[in-house]
Design a protein around this ligand. Structure first.
Ligand SMILES: Nc1ncnc2c1ncn2[C@@H]1O[C@H](COP(=O)(O)OP(=O)(O)OP(=O)(O)O)[C@@H](O)[C@H]1O
Ligand SMILES: [Mg+2]
Length: 266
């Protein structure tokens, strides 16, 4: 019963860059109906985990399974098409494109790799295009991006750009959504908005767009934010999992407190 709820599994992942051991034997199960937070000090391996899942990094050892299918050594674009969407720690949008076109690009990333892609320009193309538009509109509405529809994202405030990036990821109809510090660099109000959107993704009635809410892996530095959003937390330090549990358990975990005490900003 429990096992079936696992959508993504990391098994004993080792990743190094030259002499730097970024991940040293990480095991994590992500359930399909949860928001899991990854926390840890700078350089503890949070982004490396997301990059390994999405295929940007190739772990030297270990396995990653998406719905039971091994996805090691699969190209990032293929993994995206299999239902793993992400946002980046540093924004990665098309700055010269409008908000609506950036979100539409998420649809194209999804479709490009699909089995039918070769046929899309002919028979079913029109219907598909209408469907894409409909889903994009739903996401524009969900993230309240309507006021920025035709603006180039390069000129938008930072907080809004982060929202567009989230919209593009959602447009890919992900089964797993990886968010790398979606609130970093935001002011208080923007952070609260983003926290609400992340929570709403799980709550939303997605009949018109995403058939099923995605599992969410949220990398976040700030404990306060994590405590307010995540159902479960995995804490990392030096590429290793040092604790796992509910936000309350993690808040009081000695190993976690110790790891963070080593950081000047805590
Ligand atoms: N492409 C890379 N080349 C070399 N070293 C890397 C690379 N990516 C990550 N590392 C190293 O791996 C370790 C883990 O980095 P990672 O970016 O995963 O940490 P993080 O927890 O996301 O940190 P932050 O909170 O600063 O974003 C660090 O020592 C980092 O310098
Ligand atoms: Mg990082």
């Amino acid at each position: 019963m429990q096992e079936n709820r696992v959508i993504l599994s990391l098994e004993d992942i080792y990743l190094s860059f030259g002499g730097v051991q970024a991940l040293a034997g990480v095991n994590i199960d992500i359930k399909k109906d949860e928001i899991l937070a990854l926390i840890g000090p700078n350089g503890s391996g949070k982004t490396s985990i997301l990059n390994s899942i999405s295929g940007f990094y190739r772990p030297q050892k270990g396995n990653i399974y998406l719905k039971g299918k091994r996805i090691n050594n699969i190209k990032p674009s293929k993994i995206a098409a299999m239902g793993v969407a992400r946002t980046f720690q540093n924004l990665a949008l098309y700055r010269g494109l409008s908000t609506v076109d950036n979100i539409l690009s998420g649809r194209h990333i999804m479709m490009k790799q699909s089995f039918l892609s070769g046929f899309l320009y002919f028979g079913p193309a029109l219907k598909t295009e209408v469907e894409h538009r409909r889903q994009v509109e739903y996401i524009m509405d969900f993230l309240e991006l309507e006021p920025y529809r035709h603006q180039h994202v390069g000129v938008l405030p930072y907080g809004v750009r982060k929202r567009v990036e989230l919209g593009r990821a959602l447009a890919m109809e992900p089964k797993v959504l990886l968010l790398d510090e979606p609130m970093a660099g935001m002011n208080m109000e923007e952070k609260e908005d983003m926290a609400r959107y992340v929570l709403d993704i799980r709550e939303a009635k997605w009949e018109t767009v995403i058939k099923e809410s995605p599992a969410i892996v949220l990398v976040e530095h700030e404990m306060d934010v994590v405590m307010g959003i995540a159902e479960r937390v995995v804490a990392l330090d030096w590429g290793k999992k040092i604790a796992e549990g509910t936000p309350d358990e993690i808040k009081n975990n000695q190993a976690v407190i110790k790891a963070y005490l080593g950081e000047e900003e805590y």
